[in-house]
Write a new protein. Sequence first.
Length: 460
Amino acid sequence: MHAHAAAATLPLVPPMPTPAARPPSFLRVLLRGRGDLLSLFPEEAYRRQVMSFRMPGRLLLVVNHPEVVREVFVNRHETYQRKSRFMEQALAPVIGDSLFINHGAVWAERRAAIGPELHPSKLDRFFPLFLRAAEEMAEDLARAAPGPVDLSAAFAAATARVVMLALFGETGSRREDAAALASAFAAYQAAAENLDLLHMLGLPAWFPSPQGRTARRQAAAIRCLIARLLAGVPPGAGPPLLEAVRGARRADGSPLLEGGEVLVNEIGMLLLAGSETAANTLTWTLYLMARHPETERRVREELARLPAAPGPDALGPLTFTRAVLQEAMRLYPPVAVLSRQALAADRIRRWSLRPGDTVMCVPWLLHRHADWWEHPHAFLPERFLPEAARRQPKFTYMPFGLGPRVCAGAAFGMAEMQVFLGVLLRRLAFSVPEGFTPRPFCRLTLRPAGGMPLRVATRR
């Protein structure tokens, strides 16, 4: 009886790749890096402060200590403001030189134009859209019950629907378009090269690093869809978010986003960045709650007090619900690798970097580092309740990035996820099919490989 009681109190340790026994060779990086990046990290990576990987032509440094992370990403932002070549080459076919990829003066201009539209003070306008998309998804899932549904695909379409409504309005977007965008980006992620082999071999920056045919086809489909949706909303007739982007001006009054391609880049960035984080986090959150009934019970109790049409003020008391979402993003950070390239020569601890060398902060590792987290691989939402969260060292948790380039839509995403949980859990119950274990798989973002087929049932 005592042994059974002890076992019942053990925390849930959800799935993760088995770490390798030793650091990977250059050949293994090449062979495995084109698939899942997480499987490359050895056991010691979860304990180290800084790790170096010397490639034939480049140095790749992984910083895994909060003080070093702050030094690189905040204090020396000017040197490390540019995304890595890996990320630029992987995303440029879809979102071009958009805010997510750009740096320097161009980035600052565009961030100043777009960031204020996503400020927490303007969240009220988005709540009806959160509710609309969440209720549509609940209806779909109720019709599919009882049975397994791939929640990864369902959330990707539903969160894309939110951003499409925010950008193109009721008449300018259709649910089929949201599903098509989500499907095309999933296919693009699966096909895209997320490892820039040519750059790692030391070839110059101007040397092309082409994506494969399948990736290029999916990228073209995404951009074609965005261009069509944009063309369907006459200038001045769109929602505030679209008009703010489309009408952005420089200090001298000239248009900031001139030309159709440039506008497609920024709208594509908003659509994908605005949906991907929420979709992946909600997918993992419902899986974790399905595995941990006590957490699910506490979240349901808290959400039961939400009004039918909540606004920003109604979310304040959802302390435990937010903690569950934050713990899901700790264990499964939507963007599991933050990578930059050095714009100038620099030194980080004992390593000398040349321009073009890559520095990474890997939330997947930092969020599971034994020096900063108790039971680092366990699901313990209580660590994000206010009193415990205040004790957590800074720069050990960064689901939305950090420094000047922190995600402008973080407040939007957190509010959206709480509304979705409130709508879905009021009507539905979720369980894990017997024998199913998801496999976290990281390419551009961290998703469950092959989807997340959970069983859905309606609640009486």
